[in-house]
Design a protein around this ligand. Structure first.
Ligand code: SF4
Length: 759
């Protein structure tokens, strides 16, 4: 399954020596995070491990793997096709999980999704087949669970086009969520850049018991660090408590670490990981990792004296950890179970629970499902039914097949549970929720990871809470948010008062995992003759043409397209919502370009002056008019332009529609790099006050491009409508390689030329 055991053998054969080299260079013991990152430095980078400053320096790395989900894979792979390579440079997989809407139950929902998204799935299947990419069909499972079961390995570095990629940290892998542009680069053979993260140590002592589970660890950590506390940091868990957790429990913690803004989270290798590797058919990998076990975790000196090596240390005693419920509307509002009922009453949150949902990539292991099933089974035997709607989303077909074989699903069925497809479904808002009145304030509780307003059902009146699957199951049975299964009783259908016993579960199925059809499609051995399926009339997919190279002259006579005022995030530049349907069709999605940006002259969005006609029009329309007239244009922005999630469309759309220059007070770093990769000019005002000099009807020339070199400013001549002119100094942060991208018309044009040279 595109898992190259020989490559892994070589990786581990060099591992100890590479760690020793890094340790020697740094002249101190190493955290696990440092071992993995510093042994994955890009070979051409001049970075010296000892000098890298955490939270400051941007560093080039060489990841081992790439994983993509179906929604984000589309543009990543359309771009990759531009690289001219016969196959991907590193092992890569595509997972069809985000486009399946939950409505009636697994079988019907899956059939409908396959029908509705056929052209997207056909494209992803054929492009994977052609370029050596493993393809997991709709229904095979959720990306992170499938990665954990098949590809994650201790000591590896992976990027994935999804924010919960850190799930693989449960198997000792540094796994980081990125945008499609980064995935494309790595598949094309380029380096991947990351700000050297801070490292937060989380010391877990003791052992969980009773109703407490791994989920409660991360719910507690989220309460401590809040949604921003992990920014630019990797959380490294250690201690006897860490070793007591199953590998899938560790993954739950790493997965939900995305909610505190962490770059990723990781656990050191231990016997629980070895157990998971063996239990999921990877005995060979476990034998290799066991042989170097002590090197696949942080050095003992680090864990003995953590404050000397971590930027911050958090202590949690699992013996005392209470189950938690977090929310509503934010995952860091953490309530110990014993205080939650009072919080519900005090805040006036709807106590009636409408729906309980378990599963998702965060909590769908055999252990999770068996513990929840034990609650459902005792409820059924005690003559209780779920009072709320109750859904179960298995994370993969392997888990689903096995729990069905072992008779666990029937316990959910007995209390009224509905099993959904092995896909994201309600977790990503793909949920045709039945609601009597969408205006009514209502409560749901999930074992997912995100609970921001509208995330699950698009309804701002829904109060979404997050808890472990076993707590969700108990509350769905009660139908009441204020129910505490540790202390309260329920009245059953025969009028008797009953209580729920603590959940019981198993980390592994006693008869082993089994699956009839995993849903995996291996790529062609030689993809040269494989045709990629994209219908020319499709409105969801469009093959890309290479962008034109720089014409070799200064850029002159460019009208201002928009001067954006204030915040202009990637969401303002390329809105999500209904537009996501077109994420594989650059021309169609470009109709959302900058429609959320505020025009500094009018205070309005999506209305700018067309200098050719004097009339106001929508931003994409006006830009298309400039393009038709053969005019490049300039977008002017304020501070931190392009902040927010890394969305390659925000850089590709202006490039596609003919914008040549983005000139701002300051850039968000990732967006600035994305613009450079697309061959755009990403420039900043040398004097920030010059932003105020730009007038609505200005024409602009960028001068000095023939002498474009690192560290040397460019110039702009502004010509106002009255004919007066001014010259401004413009700064840039291009290095030699990035200037070459600009000249070639984009980084992929260079790769394609190199690939052609080698063929
Ligand atoms: S299940 Fe939810 S969190 Fe996991 S990949 Fe899907 S949408 Fe993302």
């Amino acid at each position: 399954m595109t898992f190259d055991l020989e490559m892994l053998r070589q990786h581990y054969a060099q591992w100890t020596q590479r760690c020793d080299d890094v340790r020697q260079s740094c002249n101190r013991p190493l955290t696990l995070t440092e071992k993995i990152l510093l042994t994955h430095l890009w070979s051409d980078s001049n970075a010296s491990p000892a000098q890298l400053r955490r939270g400051v320096d941007y560093v080039d790395f060489a990841p081992d793997r790439v994983a993509m989900q179906d929604a984000t894979a589309q543009m990543a792979l359309l771009q990759f096709m531009q690289a001219g390579r016969p196959s991907v440079a590193v092992p890569s997989t595509v997972h069809c999980d985000h486009l399946i809407q939950a409505k009636a139950g697994a079988a019907t929902d899956l059939r409908e999704a396959v029908d509705k998204n056929k052209e997207v799935f056909d494209f992803l299947s054929s492009v994977s087949d052609k370029y050596g990419i493993g393809f997991w069909k709709p229904g095979a499972g959720i990306i992170h669970q499938v990665i954990l079961e098949n590809y994650a390995f201790p000591g590896g570095l992976m990027i994935g086009t999804d924010s919960h990629t850190p799930n693989a940290g449960g198997l000792g892998m540094i796994a980081i969520g990125v945008g499609g542009a980064d995935a494309c680069d790595v598949m094309a053979g380029l380096a991947w850049e990351l700000k050297m993260p801070r490292i937060i140590g989380v010391h877990l002592r003791g052992k969980l018991s009773g109703w407490a589970s791994a989920k409660d660890v991360i719910l507690k950590v989220a309460g401590i660090l809040t949604v921003k506390g992990g920014t630019d940091a990797i959380l490294e868990y250690f201690g006897d408590g860490a070793q007591s957790l199953s590998a899938t429990g560790k993954s739950t913690i790493c997965n939900m670490g995305a909610e505190i803004g962490a770059t990723t989270s990781i656990f050191g290798y231990d016997h629980r990981m070895a157990e998971y590797l063996r239990g999921t058919g990877r005995k060979d990998v476990a034998t290799m990792t066991d042989a170097i076990a002590s090197h696949l975790t942080g050095d003992p000196e680090v864990y003995a004296n953590p404050t000397a090596y971590f930027d911050q240390v958090i202590e949690i005693n699992l013996d005392e950890l209470e189950p938690h419920i977090n929310g509503p509307f934010t995952p860091d509002l953490a309530w110990p179970l014993s205080q939650f009922a009072q919080a519900v009453r005090e805040h006036g949150w709807p106590a009636q629970l409408d729906v309980g949902l378990i599963g998702s990539c965060t909590n769908s292991s055999y252990e999770d499902i068996s513990r929840s099933a034990s609650i459902a089974a005792q409820a059924a035997s005690k003559k209780l039914k779920a009072q709320s709607e109750f859904t179960i989303t298995p994370g993969s077909e392997m888990v689903r097949y096995t729990v069905e074989r072992d008779g666990l699903l029937k316990h959910f069925d007995a209390i009224g549970g509905v099993v959904l497809a092995n896909a994201c479904g309600p977790c990503i808002g793909q949920w045709a929720r039945h609601s009597d009145d969408p205006q009514r304030k209502n409560s749901i509780i999930t074992s997912f990871n995100r609970n921001f307003a509208k995330r699950n059902d698009g309804n701002p009146n829904t109060h979404a809470f997050v808890a472990s699957p076993e707590i969700v199951t108990a509350l769905a049975i009660a139908g009441d948010l204020t129910f505490n299964p540790m202390t309260d009783s329920l009245i059953n259908t025969e009028g008797f008062e009953v209580t729920l016993d603590e959940p019981q579960g198993l980390a592994f199925p006693p008869k082993g995992f089994e699956v009839a059809d995993s849903g995996y499609q291996a790529p062609a051995i030689d993809g040269a003759s494989v045709k990629v399926h994209v219908h020319p009339d499709s409105d969801r997919l469009q093959l890309l043409d290479p962008f034109a190279a720089w014409e070799g002259t200064d850029l002159t006579g460019m009208p201002l397209l928009i001067k954006a005022q204030g915040k202009c995030t990637t969401d303002h530049i390329s809105m999500a919502g209904p537009w996501l349907k077109y994420r594989g069709h650059l021309d169609n999605i470009s109709n959302n370009m900058l429609i959320g940006a505020v025009n500094a002259y009018t205070g309005q969005t999506n209305s700018v002056r067309n200098q050719l006609t004097g009339a106001y029009g929508a931003v994409p329309e006006v830009q298309r008019a400039y393009k038709a007239a053969g005019l490049g244009s300039v977008v002017v922005g304020d501070e931190n332009y392009g902040e927010g999630s890394s969305r390659e469309h925000a850089a590709m759309e202006p490039r596609h529609l003919g914008v040549r220059v983005i000139l701002v007070r300051s850039f968000a770093r990732i967006h600035e790099t994305n613009l450079k990769k697309q061959g755009m000019l990403a420039l900043t005002f040398a004097n920030k006050a010059d932003y105020d000099l730009i007038q609505e009807n200005d024409r602009m020339d960028v001068l000095g491009l023939n002498e474009f070199r690192p560290g040397q400013a460019l110039r702009m001549r502004l010509t106002h409508e009255d004919g007066s002119a001014k010259e401004l100094q413009l700064n840039h942060s291009y290095n030699e390689a990035q200037i070459a991208w600009f000249r070639a018309g984009g980084a992929l044009n260079i790769i394609r030329a190199q690939a052609a040279g080698h063929s």
